[in-house]
Structures are given as C-alpha cells and as structure tokens.
Design a protein around this ligand. Structure first.
Ligand SMILES: Cc1ncc(COP(=O)(O)O)c(C=O)c1O
Length: 418
C-alpha cells in the first residue's frame, strides 16, 4: 500500500519549524492561517460553555442553528434552522459532501489544496478547469462547459462543481456576472454547486458586491463556511453548512448527518456556545470582523505591490489573505538561476531568499508555470500584543514589525529577480 501524503501546507509547517530550529531566519508565507489573537468575548463564551460536556445533537443544538440561519438570512439567503449543520470545521463537512454526493467533481485550477485529495479519498474523479483571467475560485465558464462535455464523452460523470468565494489561493472574488454564468451552466448541466464561502467575511472592501450561487440557484447549492478565517479560530474547529430547503436538499443534509454521526458525532459543546454568539454577530463582533478584514486587505495589497514592482503579474487581492503571483515575465532571468518550474521556484525562494511559499503545482496548477501562493496573514507579528497593535493601527504598514516583514519580502524578491 502506498502511503498517503500529508497535506502540503502542514508538511511545510514542519519544514519551517526544522529550519528555524537550526537557526535560519525565514519568513513563512506558506500557511493559510489568520495570525490574529482570539477576540476576548469569544474566549468568554468558550469558558461559559466549558461545562457542556455531554454529547450534543449531531446537527447542532437549536440555538446555534438559529444563529447560523440568521447569519445566512442577513446575507440574502433566507434560511431555516433545519437547513443548517454545524461541525468541527468546514473541512469535515466538505469531506462528508464528497462522500454522499454522486458522480465526479469539478475543481477550479488552481484551488485550495484539500479539494482534490478529499475527492480522491471519496473515490471520485476530480477534473480541474482553469480559472478565468479576472478572478479565481471559479472555473472559466467556456472551459467548464467544454470540460463537462469532454468528460462525459470519456465516460465520466461530473455532477458537482466546487467554488471558493472569495478564493484561496488567488485572494480574489469572482464577480456577480461570473457567478451568473457559472450558475446558468450548473442549471443546464445538472450540477450541484458546493460554494465554499469561508472567506466571505474577509472581503477587504465592504462595498464589493458579493453574489452567492445560493441566491441564484438555491435548490442546487450547498454553502459551507466557518469561523477559522474571519475570526482567526482555526484551532477551535467551528464549521457550518447550509443546505437547500427543499426535499432533495434536506435529504442531502440527512446523508451528511449520517456521515457526521459515524465520524465526529457533534460539534464540541463549548464551541457551540462560541458559535451561537459569533453567528448572531453583535455590534462589537462586527467591528472586530471589519477591523480584521481591513488589516488583511492593507497587508495583502502591500505584498501584491512588491511582487508587481519586481515584474511579476498578479491579480489584485480583494478578499482572504493571499496573493498568487506569476513570474512568467521573468522566466529568462529565473532560468539562469536554474528556476524553471513551480517546485524549483518555491525551493529557490526558501533556500536563497528566506521566503516560504506554497508552490502552485501543490494547488493543482501547471507544474511548469512560475506561480505560487503567499499567505499575507502571517505578517502581523509573533505575539498577541503585536497582533493587536496591527489590528488597531491607523496605518499598519508603518508599524516596525510589519514594515520589517515587508522589507524581508522585498529583499527576497529582489534577490530572486536580480
Ligand atoms: C478554501 C478553504 N476552505 C476550507 C478551509 C478549511 O477550514 P476549516 O478550518 O473550517 O476546516 C480552508 C482552510 O484553509 C480553506 O482555505
């Protein structure tokens, strides 16, 4: 039996820890974590829930599901508590969906590095379709249509498409026009849309229009989300899914609940307490979310500027906390250093430039392309005190610890292209 590999971003964490232990001073941009402290009221609710030590309902208790239903309803997706499932992270919910949805799955290229392995674990064939020039997180509509037809001719059965809104790894948000196009194809081609909206509350500019496919084709869209990104609670493992409210949607929910009951049983009681508070979105939490989204935007744009100034092309970031530069314009310069593809680019950045990034091919991208993902959320400081400073600063870029991190990137990138 061949060993299954570790998720590449987690493997990278281990490598960074080893290099740091041996004295290397390197900047880690290879992990998609929001490096911000836990907001105090969340900690208070966690403590208040500590005595909830019994098994809870598999779907989540009524209070938390009502709060989540309110969250979606405020976002133009009218939702009843019966349509909601809470779980220890959205990752297991996405895995459960993979296990119960029929047929094969379409994934944008590049995409978050977990979608394809999850499909493989579920025994599905995953086909990747390139993203359009304007934004990631969705397949290019024309390429999607062509791929669906080619796959069916080849005897496969694509029935699901996964979208990421806003996107990891490109840090962009697909426009409403693109969503309409994808939804029209999903309708014509009888696809279920899994809309991963875990970065929804990390849109940098609150006036940017956001259209969820569940507003357009609610009967065939499942939305997943959670608190790992917007509230920097990755380690607390709080995820949610919203199912269509019709008979087929609730049957799909029941299939997911069947997997849940055999795998994770329930979202931990204290976390249900936290989630009920967070998804109700009281004013102080909304203010904290807004400050976090603003900081992510300011720093992502600064990193974007560094890559573009060095000669890379890169979609301007509008959501999440990533940039995804393409060094194709600098191919001759890089080739002279032995950098000819995605693995050698990431390796060179680590060995010669003190920068850790996630190589594009690990996200399903073309291995010959000179692209990578840089997570910009790791630059806010190594201690909660510095991170709070970053969150509260009128100009975070002027803070010494943020400026130092940006200078390290600038120096590393200059070394790469000189
Ligand atoms: C696009 C995307 N979806 C889902 C997740 C998983 O989040 P959770 O912590 O809810 O399992 C991540 C985390 O990296 C992500 O980037």
């Amino acid at each position: 039996m061949t060993a299954r590999p570790m998720s590449p971003n987690l493997a990278l964490n281990q490598l960074v820890a080893e290099r740091r232990a041996s004295g290397d001073d390197i900047l880690h941009m290879g992990f998609g974590e929001s490096r911000l402290p836990a907001f105090d009221p969340l900690v208070e609710h966690l403590l208040a829930g500590a005595r909830r030590n019994g098994y809870g309902a598999v779907q989540g208790d009524a209070t938390v599901r009502e709060a989540v239903a309110g969250y979606f309803t405020r976002r133009r997706m009218p939702t009843g508590p019966d349509q909601v499932v809470v779980a220890p992270g959205s990752k297991p919910l996405l895995m459960a969906l993979n296990l119960v949805l029929p047929g094969d799955v379409v994934i944008p290229r590049p995409a978050w590095n977990t979608y394809a392995p999850q499909a493989a674990i579920a025994g599905k064939h995953a086909v990747s379709v390139p993203i359009p020039a304007e934004a990631g997180g969705v397949p290019d509509p024309a390429a999607l249509r062509a791929t669906l037809h080619a796959e069916r001719r080849a005897g496969r059965d694509p029935r699901t498409v996964i979208l990421t809104l806003p996107d990891n790894p490109t840090g962009t948000l697909a426009s409403p026009a693109l969503i309409w196009e994808i939804c029209a194809i999903a309708e014509q081609e009888n696809l279920t849309v899994v809309s991963d909206e875990i970065y929804r509350d990390v849109v940098h500019d609150p006036t940017t229009p956001f259209l969820s496919p569940s507003e357009v084709i609610p009967h065939r869209t499942v939305v997943t989300s959670g608190l790992s990104k917007s509230l920097a609670l990755g380690g607390w493992r709080i995820g949610v899914a919203r199912f269509p409210g019709d008979e087929a949607g609730l049957a799909l929910r029941d299939d997911v609940l069947s997997v849940a009951s055999e795998v994770w049983s329930t979202l931990a009681g204290p976390m249900q307490q936290v989630a009920a508070y967070a998804f109700a979105e009281p004013p102080e939490l909304r203010a904290h979310l807004a400050a976090s989204a603003r900081l992510h935007g300011v720093v992502a744009r600064a990193v974007h500027e560094i890559f573009v100034a060095a000669g890379a092309t890169c979609r301007p970031p509008t959501g999440a906390f990533y940039v995804y530069p393409d060094f194709e314009p600098l191919r001759p310069v890089l080739a002279a250093k032995g950098v000819t593809d995605s693995p050698s680019l990431a390796r060179h950045l680590l060995d010669e430039c003190d920068l850790v990034v996630l190589a594009g091919h690990l996200l399903g991208d073309d291995v010959h392309a000179l692209r990578f993902k840089a997570a910009t959320s790791m630059l806010y400081g190594d201690t909660p005190a510095l991170q709070w400073q970053s969150l509260r600063a009128a100009d975070p870029l002027a803070l010494p610890h943020v400026a130092r991190a940006l200078a390290t990137i600038e120096r590393g990138v200059r070394r790469l292209v000189s």
